[in-house]
Write a protein that binds this ligand. Sequence first.
Ligand code: AMP
Ligand code: MG
Length: 400
Amino acid sequence: MSLPPLMPLEEARDALLVELPRLCDVESLPLDQCAGRILAEDIVAPINVPVAPNSSMDGYAVAFADLTGAELPVSQRIPAGHAAQPLEQGSAARIFTGAELPPGADTIVIQEDAEVTPSGAIRVLEMPTQGQWVRPAGMDLKQGETILTTGSRLTPPAVGVCASMGLTHAKVYKPLRVAVIATGDELVEPGQPLAPGKIYNSNVQMIGTLLEQAGFEWLRVPRVEDDSRATVEALRHATALADAVLTIGGVSVGEEDHVKAAIESLGTLSLWRIRMKPGKPFAAAEIDGTPIFSLPGNPMSSLVTFSLLARPCLRHLQGEAYKAPVKIPVKAGFSRAAEKRDEYVRVALEDGVATVLKSQNSGVLSSALTADGLLHLPAFEEIKAGESYGFMPLSTLLYT
Ligand code: AMP
Ligand code: MG
């Protein structure tokens, strides 16, 4: 059998992102239901935030020009949330953190730098600079500026920023419904007895959870045996049901691998086999307009191909703009000869140096519990101890 050449991961991902459509409908939701959703509109600041200058410290609001060394009488008291009167010339206003400056004041003398005289006036012990401790209007957000753009994710801070502008709702994309089909005669569900030859289906749980964490709706469908008719039927059912489909396992070139052939009998395969380790047998396809991403069955391969390929594609389908995974240069604490595939090795960081975890077998999922992240070792390059390579923290790879 002749196989297509392996495709570099980045090339595969870019090719897919260009060709995939956007699938999602738009809904308007109250802000408290928006976290994790993708914006379907640009958000322009309707007001300045803060709307007026306010104090960032407890102290005295003054006009800088009045700070001549003489005592200043205290002419008013402004707690946060209360409107101020214009500042009487040659006086100070007692002010608290978050309170708006009275018109005429431009500087805060913090209370630690002021002494209150027996008559209740203040003497300034330490001169501030003009404008010190003042949060000017629009310091955070400027009225009329585009603050968030279509396709960006509403993180908790983004929801907070929307609230700070007084917004109550946002237009967001509806979550994509993604069916996950596990393939394999050997799989049984946790809770069932393990007959000889069987293993527990761990990947569906992991991938389904990752889907939900990324804001998708996970549609549970029954696992499918290693049989071509059953695989075709399962794909037909899942593509009719869901916006997108993930399959797990059965996508290699073995006699018991039926996914690729089943996809080809129903739709179109757009790419297959990636130049990466773990995760070579990955496929992307489409059946009647429903995108399908096929992950290899080995748990670590499933995890890595989901994170680096399938999830960016699903996010694109859901309207989200592509964001490259965080990659930080980290020194390798090991050397090895050049390999023919890009490798994503599980590493631990010790004093800022990456050491390879003992088990790099793609069947050993528990290594994801101890690894700090993946180190990207490029194909066809001798890897040298002390040189830096792209480190992807597991915390960002799993949760973003
Ligand atoms: P496959 O990609 O079907 O050739 O499977 C590769 C390896 O992953 C085999 O050892 C399978 O038993 C295992 N595997 C496949 N699917 C799952 C799954 N859902 N959960 C756990 N292991 C799996
Ligand atoms: Mg299999």
